[in-house]
Design a protein around this ligand. Sequence first.
Ligand SMILES: *Cc1c(COP(=O)(O)O)cnc(C)c1O
Length: 225
Amino acid sequence: MKVADQLKIIERQIEEACLKTGRESNEITIIAVTKYVSAARAKEALEAGITNLGENRDEGLLDKYEVLKDEPNWHFIGTLQTRKVKKIIDKVSYIHSLDRISLAEEIHKRAKEPIKCLVQVNISGEDTKHGMPREDVMDFIRDISAYDRVIVSGLMTMAPLTDDKEQIRSCFRRLKELQAEVQEARFSNAPCTELSMGMSNDFPIAIEEGATMIRIGTALVGKEI
Ligand SMILES: *Cc1c(COP(=O)(O)O)cnc(C)c1O
């Protein structure tokens, strides 16, 4: 299917989720996750009107960056090894996987200007999921406040792998609650306005629970590789 057609379907689902909860669809940024597809397919997404692309590995991002340059806003959404930071830092608009102090330190060291980051939180507690435990987040934000080129723009999570919609919803709800807690603390380094949650299978629920960024791969650009 054409990306443009898939995008129409997704936009309709976004509208529906927004209608249910009194939100506006322009509050939600679609990040097309292109990790399973070619640069040509990513380009097709841009032509369909997508402006934000997500990659979870440095190789994938660099390969596509070579072709698409900074036409899209690039989002790094995967586990980021400290030694890879310097390769991607001047290319990305957001890093969604800030999960440890050593990574914040490296981003601060390598960045020439403040970098928008999202703290990845392991809300579900599954040990297969990356991200820090919920209860560590407040201290973490406090601990990295000296790294003033690291902006905590928001929080990111992945829902547990389950068909249980209520369990998924509860996970997103708890991330939203944590966001409120961070905002109340008024950390100078953490405006924390973004909530990156929701993928192909669960983005309508994420929107109902307050997502501002949804990361959609399979349902939007498909899977080629
Ligand atoms: C792959 C990936 C996605 C997109 O997954 P789909 O199920 O294909 O939509 C979103 N977020 C992260 C962190 C990913 O690694």
